[in-house]
Design a protein around this ligand. Structure first.
Ligand code: GUN
Length: 303
């Protein structure tokens, strides 16, 4: 079998086009321009890149963005003061504090402080608690898991009644993905570092969401034929020439890297019915869903 690719870039673009159209419509109706505040603590290159992409997406979709770079040694008190100011600012509909935060900061307190109606990341304990409870709905669903489920639905994968295995139990992806799959009536197993016989657990899965941060860990023979695979992993490995030597960048003189997921794509695509590529799968969806959540925040705050 050769799996059908789930094209995250194209699906994310469709979501972005829809958001852009709705933003233009609400502005034409005299409603406010949706605004996203981004808070970046310190100078981690990966976090700075993600935040930059989020700001660019806002501009492209006609939304305002307000960027707040904060020094890595900011005190808890000062960061809390900034979040309170953003909570009180009517131009700010969504607040995104890029994670991870430096170790000296109390992440839980910061996330708890964000006004529930502005919690476009869906990381506040109340939004996550509602995601975990039957008959309750969060105002916002965390963007990456939301993107994973959106991709499965777009591909036409039946989630209700499926055996779903989530690799990884992070607060940002694995755990909320498992909760969302339960809400969608899947039977869910969460695999983590203490799980016994991970290949045997995976072989039962109709749906796999891999978010464990281990380069190409999932092998083709760990998968059930016909499984749908969503690969959240973004791992850099050296790019190699045909003779096995590293490719050296002409610009920087350093070895070039290529991005791969948590799944061995070449093996898995021969077994799965659907699979997301890395890059071009889940990655673009995170930002698209953040844009959708920010528009939703503005709509909630209209009322
Ligand atoms: N760090 C990695 N992913 C995310 C995300 O979706 N939101 C925030 N705030 N930080 C992240």
């Amino acid at each position: 079998m050769t799996a059908q690719l789930i094209d995250g870039t194209a699906i994310a673009q469709k979501v972005r086009d829809e958001v852009k159209e709705k933003v233009a419509k609400r502005i034409a109706e005299g409603k406010s321009q949706p605004g996203l505040a981004t808070v970046l603590v310190g100078d981690r290159i990966d976090s700075a890149t993600y935040v930059n992409m989020k700001q660019k997406a806002c501009a492209e979709l006609g939304m305002a963005s307000f960027h707040h770079p904060v020094p890595a040694d900011v005190t808890q008190e000062d960061l809390e003061k900034l979040v309170r100011e953003l909570n009180d600012d009517p131009k700010v509909n969504g607040i995104l504090v890029q994670l991870p935060l430096p170790d000296h900061l109390d992440e839980e307190r910061i996330l708890r402080l964000i006004n529930l109606e502005k919690d476009v990341d869906g990381f506040s304990p109340i939004n996550l608690g509602r995601l975990a409870q039957k008959g309750r709905e969060p105002l916002f669903v965390p963007c990456t898991p939301y993107g994973c489920i959106y991709l499965l639905k777009e591909a036409g994968v039946k989630i209700a009644g499926a055996n779903a295995v989530v690799l990884g139990r992070s607060n940002i992806v694995g755990m909320p993905a498992a909760l969302l799959l339960i809400k969608e009536n899947a039977t869910v197993t969460v695999v983590h570092s203490k799980t016994k016989d991970i290949p045997a657990v995976l072989r039962e899965a109709d749906i796999v969401i891999a978010a464990i941060g281990r380069t190409q860990m999932v092998r083709g023979d760990w998968l059930k034929p016909g499984v749908a695979v969503i690969d959240v992993g973004i791992n850099g490995i050296p790019m190699l020439n045909e003779d096995g030597t590293p490719v050296i960048s002409k610009k920087t003189g350093k070895p070039r890297q290529k991005l791969v997921g948590d799944v061995n794509f070449d093996e898995a695509k021969e077994v799965a019915s659907f699979i997301t590529p890395v890059p071009g799968g889940v990655g673009p969806m995170t930002i698209a869903m953040l844009m959708a959540n920010t528009l939703r925040a503005a709509e909630i705050q209209d009322k």
